[in-house]
Design a protein around this ligand. Sequence first.
Ligand code: ANZ
Length: 804
Amino acid sequence: MEFSHKAIEKKWQVIWKKNNAFATKDNSDKKAYILDMFPYPSGAGLHVGHTKGYTATDIYSRFKRLNGYDVLHPMGYDAFGLPAEQYALKTGNDPRDFTIKNIEVFRTQLEKMGYSYDPNKEVITSDPNYYKITQQIFIKLYKKGLAEIRNVNVNWCPELGTALANEEVINKDGKMISEVGGFEVFKKPMRQWVLKITDYAERLLKGLDNIDMPKSIKDLQKNWIGKSEGAIVEFDVKNSEKKLNVFTTRIDTIYGVTYLVVAPENEIVSELTTEDNKKDVDEYVSKTLSKSDIERQDESKPKSGVFIGSYAINPITKEEIPVWISDYVLNDYATGVIMAVPAHDPRDWEFAKKFKLPIKFVLKADDESKAFIGKSEYINSKLIEGMDVIKAKDILIKFLAEYKKASVKVNYKLRDWLFSRQRFYGEPFPVAFDNNQNIVLLEKSLPVELPKTDYIKPSGTGESPLANIKDWLNIEVDGKKLVRETNTMPQSAASSWYHLAYILAKAPNQFTDLESPEAMKLFKKWLPVDLYIGGQEHAVGHLLYIRFWHQVLFDLGIVPTQEPFNKLINQGMVLDNNGTKMSKSKGNVVNPDDIIESHGADALRLFIAFMGPIEASLQWSEDGLDSSRKWIDRVYRMINTFEITNKNDGSLEVAYNKMVKNFGQMINDYKFNTAISQLMVFVNEVYAQQKPIYIEYLKNFLIMLSIITPHVCEELWEKLNQKGSVCDQTWPKFDESKLIENTVTIAVQINGKLRATFKVNRGTKSPELLKTAKLIDLIKNQLEDKTLIKEIAVPDRIVNFVIK
Ligand code: ANZ
């Protein structure tokens, strides 16, 4: 029996909306905040890949509601972004119109999936009410000394007219190109806002212990933070007042330092370069700028570099050593200067060999034809001979510290967060400058809105298109003439606090004041997020940024928890039916709209949840989708064709109780696929028995299934003449004592051969079993006229006769 999914799904979506069925409630002290990574509303609409995570959180939210939890399950849109900006630049149209249209498409698609979001909690990051708070938080960061303007080497993309974050740049044939559009990118120093996330490096590292997230993601975050414990050592420069500070994790090898290497773009290079070397140095520096950090550190590439003409003094041996530049030293890591120990560092070894620089072993090595990196005794190292590494490092730091030549230093690979973009379509900074370039905060006029304009054109100067809009640019505050900041914030700004925005939302894009007592009450109720599901691609960028902002807001007493979430799951990808990643360029993307049309949203939800574990990347399959739909039809047929009774004859008792127990447990453990198979087992049992179904079992079956396929369950609930919505019911309980079958099948053997079977109550004693077996006609006949040598009965298992 088939049913019209189109009619049913539409009908219930309208009813849910009318009844505000998924409003966030405040009835219980049990709460569940279940969060999805919100989408960028691109023109392409919802991708079937989105539905994997979104279906999982929806199942879980519905499950928690039925279990009496207050549930916050919101959805919003990460609406600022580069595609809208490029569209505006190309067409002259306002990116806001483009964004709003796309959001409407997404919203309709999400509704058609039957997701139980609370519409009142919808947020759009490009709404001025939303970015007013983004700006407020920026001001807080600024006042806390965590935001500042620096001249930094950025990844400059002339074609896009903007600087890009490292995550937005990819490496192609050793050259940097933009992820969007594939345009040329090179390093260029620019005046930029940076957020000092590095001040929180240790907290971000430690906090990982309190979050339940996949080990692989924790490791990615740990590596990204990259804690490294070492020392800063100061080298004097011969015939100069200048000093060179190096960061080293191996101060114990200092006797083996035979040269220093400075990152080519380091400011000190020009000061220490002698006239004779200037030309070669300048040439080398400009070549370095188009290389990505990854290429610069590629161990397989031959080393390159230039001597700059200066000499430094080894603070411990007092030897004069040459100063070089080379691109394998990165300028923005530690001090951007290293002490080279070619005998014990393979990179330095290669470099020294190539440029015929001296190599001095300070650890005993059997083979001196390559760098020795293992443990061994110190040699040629007066102060530390006979010591172990820890002692040696300690002694050297202490010794040099006396002369102010060394200090302990912990370094992190994590870079400060480059926080400005030369774009129109982002949050304006709540900042202006006076004639002397002093920063003035525009605290009283929040939000600082993006101007309405039909003139969005590149400025030509590398500044954002906002620099063209003069009547927006120039303002007067308290009689002072000011010029606004023309940079805007990066897309990652808004998503760094959206988990709080949903809590604060009273109606779409209407927020409770961030710092009000009401806000604190709400934060206390809902934080931290109990379940956060999203893609692995956000493992380092977004997840670190959101944790950083949250920790700062915690320090400011604005939120009550140290971390934003308790548990994170990365959903796997939905691959095409050949196992390839779906992408627009390959033309293999499945559009959920088409599936909703052909099979229904319930079938898609069931298929997506049933296809395999949430974390795994799995292949799309038409057959799988067809089977999901067929199974829903089977359920529909079951309820429409079987007799339904008010009397429980006990025949389904075990199957039912097992289903309730296992399904609940498995959903609670996010094992949606195996949970669903428990429902399938129950339906098979109903069909196998062909008996009337007990109404209470059927109702509870529908309540449980409704978290997966809500539309058809509402419809069937109504068909059973039940009141209210299936979503408003209570999760069924199971009876522990009814989990095991009460009857068992006993095998009867004669001389080791199976002759018959019979059913008895579990636990029936041996004499009773023997008696029953002997009453079976077939057995009775065979035992007649024979000598019975032995008879054995094992309760719940077997009866055995030996005859002659
Ligand atoms: C001397 C030395 C001897 C080093 C030796 C290593 C082995 P991590 O653990 O990654 O922090 N280094 C320091 N700053 C650098 C920069 N800006 N670019 C490239 N390399 C840099 O590594 C720290 C080590 O990496 C430091 O210790 C330094 O080399 C190098 F047998 O100093 B070592």
